[in-house]
Design a protein. Sequence first.
Length: 315
Amino acid sequence: MLTTTAEHTTPMQHNKRLAAIDLGSNSFRLELGRIEHGQFYRSHYLKETVRQGNGLDDQGHLTLQAMQLGWDCLTRFGEQLTGFNACEVRAVATQTLREAQNREAFLEPATERLGFPIEVISGEEEARLIYLGVAQALPNNNERRMVIDIGGRSTELILGQGRNPQRLASFHLGSIVWSMRYFADGEFSAHGFQNAEHATRLVVANALPNFTPDLWDVAYGSAGTVNAVADVLVACGWPAGSVTQEGLDWLLGQLLAAQTIDRVQLPGLRDDRRPIIGGGLSVLRGLFGSLGICRLEQATGGLRHGLLQDMLQHQ
């Protein structure tokens, strides 16, 4: 199991430290720490809301501004990696760079600034790593799990048991792309949410036979959108640790009552999540309906923890 203690440590010995970098569509994340007795202990964690997924133009090219924001962030990350060896670092990029027609124009300077290679991983590899990251924080038992991860421009579904992912799927939908498509004017309406939820169901429809409720015991939600929704619900008095259909219905009612993004005043809603809460909520509600979910447990692990787990297994 990875351990995410926050204390700072003395300089780590060669091959006794690891660093994982996740270049997501909404945020870039860096986690580094030391290895002791086969376990990882966090010493430093950085997250920057780059929102690169907003930076694709109509031709699927990253704008110069979007690339510059990413380069600036990776320069700061690179400063934290001074002295690390190549075998101690893994950096991956996800859906935005899978889509970007000019990704090489971004990646060459990005690699130079970070100081380490950046791998653009497939949707299935992203799903596999997400499951590893979620599973390492859970008991290693025979529980059949479904894991959902709603990112900025992709959503992953995974079935697994114990530490082993068994069925993987990745879809082109997420909090950023759905917000840009269905709530671009910043207005919330019942019609807009109906359209966004219906579109979610259409995107995942062909995969549903592989994720029916009889195939899993517990559903877990990982990363940004699920955590953002859970934070709001807890701050407003809902039980911690899970998201229910009733909670999603309540949150939808709050957004519809506010009518516009600017008028949303909800405890627990961070400023960086405000512009994409509509898209994220609509995807989550669509998945609840399509997959027959009544309750989604909040997972503590995610993609970067899966990267670290993968590296630990190859030490």
